[in-house]
Design a protein around this ligand. Sequence first.
Ligand SMILES: Nc1ncnc2c1ncn2[C@@H]1O[C@H](COP(=O)(O)OP(=O)(O)O)[C@@H](O)[C@H]1O
Ligand SMILES: [Mg+2]
Ligand SMILES: [Zn+2]
Length: 227
Amino acid sequence: MSPCPLGICDGSGFLYDESTNTAYDCRCRPQLKARAKARGLSAVIPDRYRDVAFDRFPVTEIDREIVRATKRFVDHIEERLDQGRGLWFMGPVGTGKTTLAMLVTKAALDAGRSAARFSLPGLLHQIRKTFDAGGSHTDLLERLVAVDLLHIDDIGAEQTTPWVLEELYSIVNARYEERRSIVITTNILDRGTLCEQITERTVSRLTEMCDELPLLGHDHRLDVRVA
Ligand SMILES: Nc1ncnc2c1ncn2[C@@H]1O[C@H](COP(=O)(O)OP(=O)(O)O)[C@@H](O)[C@H]1O
Ligand SMILES: [Mg+2]
Ligand SMILES: [Zn+2]
């Protein structure tokens, strides 16, 4: 049994009132249930982003306004997840989108919430595998909805097909209906182009669920590091 995410109960999700001899729900119960439903999905922070922090490079170099908005979200991570609010980092490659999204995912994990992180191509690969395995597709979709935070990186980078668009839409729409938080990054800034890429109905739900945080500037991967 894993420990209580809030450090209140013994990890069972129940507390015991000795004076009345009754068991009652710990505040962590909804989280435990979501975690159980999301079983098998877990966010692993890749090595490159493991030490990301607000007070460290490269976050210190990213647009102050955008970093501040991200920090506000992180400071209220529990509330934001409960409200099903999300963030949408948009901008050209190498502007720090994934770095900021990782800060949010890390905050969710640190708060004891369940989180899953995928690149869109990686997520689609997982979905295709469930078809090969036969029958577990609905099961994966349920888990993708149950997880407290779903972080999808690089939406719009995938070569789209009607199948890809339909799968992406089902996930986004299911989370939309259940008011579950989503954090995404896209390198397409123009809404029209994005609608062409991933369909207007998906874009419109994402717009409603997420605060949009545009990152401008050049690709910092190409910066020459002077020692
Ligand atoms: N504003 C910035 N200033 C300096 N370096 C940055 C900045 N944003 C990102 N980087 C660096 O650029 C690389 C790409 O960052 P990443 O967050 O993966 O960008 P994106 O997801 O937008 O492509 C990383 O090596 C990161 O340290
Ligand atoms: Mg990225
Ligand atoms: Zn508990």
